[in-house]
Design a protein around this ligand. Structure first.
Ligand code: FAD
Ligand code: SIN
Length: 470
């Protein structure tokens, strides 16, 4: 019996597979890496959901999340017209309207602990969920899904298998071609693409679509993007120039020139942390990534390094650090954040901390308009108070562009027509986030559109491939 083929073992692929198995249909997952998980396993700040039982902010709603998403998506979203505008609108409605259910699915059906909620940049409320324990959200989610999939005799994972072509016959996708070491082969069946983005593809797609970003380090490994495979069977690509440059990748003092950086999770700022240049704050740290990065590149000093990077520090107090738990343990262990007493800091930064303490206490308004301060607790800025300081710089992080899909995760041609036998979900797709993705919305899109892709591919399979009954 032919399987449904899933290309990629990140969260979008795992969500699709989980859903397909509920229909008793076999799945073959092809993964080019040696291990499953993709970028999803690295996710550090969490997944958005409104409402959930952990998110206790009664002022939030799916409508407010939608409005934040559309504002963040900017002109790329707002200036679209006609059927393209409607397509984008429907995707965003599906994403935000299904967000509570997506988090609940992970918690209630897959046993992932996601009880801590934090406010990230560009969000009006705290709605990004991660766990309280030692596991980062990406690892916790991916390992739970993998564990449940491995229990099924209908699920087969093949690692070290790179899909090199999509097979289309008589206007229908009927399989993929692959390379595995020296061996090449073909698998037949309908196909779900969940192969991720191209923020690490500096010499390939990034150079083609955004040559101006050359030399900026990345949070992504240097691997090839896969959108051309979809393009080769007629898929429309959208927003390929829209690349997210995250404001904070750590600059490791031991390897300043590194082209791949460890991300300084946005939760560091969400839990109260600040950014400083020359000891002074310069931006509302909870503005969108696009905005914060733009201000850094405009106002901060360029470091004199071969890698293009800027001179910025992130600073946390003990309240924010405690809320971040094992994240902090990792960054401190890596030497990316250093503990210091306030009295040891440069005078400008001491003064900045006193001003910020006044803002957090409500004594003064923030000159940059920040209104959420997470768990920042430092109000009395004495010389022996403890803070944590790290060097950060903008990093290419996420690609908003990719294959056009509709709200049923069907891959669309340049003319907007669904390509039979082909679905896509996650970062390989484009058009959902416009010119800026909100933190926490990528894991969310993987779950929402991955599950939809799984259900849609299963329905197609039942009517076209086998005797499995609906
Ligand atoms: P991936 O998880 O990247 O998986 C794609 C898989 O496809 C990979 O394993 C890849 O090897 C495989 N593949 C690619 N091409 C082929 C091929 N030709 N043949 C076979 N296999 C192939 N987002 C959030 O929402 N919240 C966060 O907290 C968060 N933190 C992040 C932290 C870091 C450090 C990074 C890098 C990203 C973070 N993101 C976060 C973004 C998010 O993790 C990714 O955008 C998302 O996980 C993408 O999931 P995916 O399933 O689409 O792709
Ligand atoms: C981060 O932790 O800053 C990344 C979150 C995201 O990309 O959504």
């Amino acid at each position: 019996m032919s399987p449904i083929i899933i290309v990629g073992s990140g969260l979008a692929g795992l969500s699709a597979a989980s859903q397909i198995l509920t229909h008793n249909i076999p799945v073959v997952m092809l993964e080019r890496g040696a291990k499953p998980g993709g970028n999803s396993i690295k996710a550090s700040s969490g997944i958005n959901g409104v409402p959930t039982r952990f998110q206790l902010d009664s002022t939030d709603s799916p409508a407010l999340f939608l409005s934040d998403t559309v504002t963040s998506a900017g002109g790329v979203f707002g200036n679209s017209t006609g059927s393209e505008k409607m397509r984008r609108q429907r995707l965003v409605e599906k994403l935000t309207g299904s967000s509570g259910e997506a988090v609940n699915w992970l918690v209630d059906e897959k046993g992932v602990e996601l009880s801590r909620v934090c406010q990230l940049g560009g969000h009006s409320c705290a709605r990004t969920h991660r766990g309280k324990g030692k596991l980062t959200p990406g690892f916790a989610i991916v390992s739970s899904l993998l564990e449940s999939l491995k229990g099924s005799p209908l699920f087969e994972m093949r690692v070290g298998v790179r899909v090199t072509g999509v097979v289309k016959e008589a206007e229908e996708v009927v399989g993929v071609e692959y390379l595995s070491g020296e061996e090449s082969g073909r698998v037949d069946g309908p196909v779900v693409f969940a192969s991720g983005g191209f923020a690490g593809d500096a010499r390939g797609l990034l150079a083609r679509y955004r040559p101006d970003l050359a030399g900026i380090p990345s949070t992504n490994q240097a691997v090839e993007g896969t959108q051309p495979l979809l393009e080769s069977v007629g898929a429309g690509l959208v927003d390929m120039e829209e690349v997210q440059v995250h404001p904070t990748g750590f600059v490791d003092g031991g390897d300043v020139e590194a082209g791949v950086k460890i991300l300084a999770a946005e939760a560091l700022r969400g839990e109260g942390g600040i950014l400083v240049v020359g000891g002074k704050r310069f931006v509302n740290e909870l503005e969108t990534r696009e905005h914060v990065t733009g201000v850094i590149m405009r106002d901060a000093r360029r470091l004199e390094t071969g890698t293009r990077q800027w001179d910025v520090q992130v600073v946390l107090d003990e309240g924010a650090a405690a809320a971040l738990g094992s994240h902090m343990d990792f960054y401190l262990w890596k030497g990316l954040l250093k503990k210091a007493a306030v009295g040891e800091l440069e005078p400008e930064l001491q003064s900045t901390l006193r001003t910020y303490a006044g803002v957090v206490s409500g004594e003064t308004k923030d000159e940059f308009g920040r209104t959420a301060f997470g768990h920042w607790g430092l109000r009395e800025v004495t010389p022996d108070a403890v803070v944590y300081v790290g060097q950060v710089t903008p990093v290419t992080h996420f690609t908003m562009g990719g294959a056009a899909i509709d709200e049923r995760s069907r891959v669309l041609s340049n003319q907007g027509v669904p390509i039979r036998g082909l679905w896509a979900a996650g970062e390989v797709t484009g058009g959902l986030h416009g010119q800026n993705r909100l933190g926490g919305s990528s894991l969310l899109e993987c779950v929402v559109f991955g599950r939809i892709a799984g259900d849609e591919a299963a329905a197609f399979y039942k009517s076209h491939y086998s005797s499995v009954q609906a």
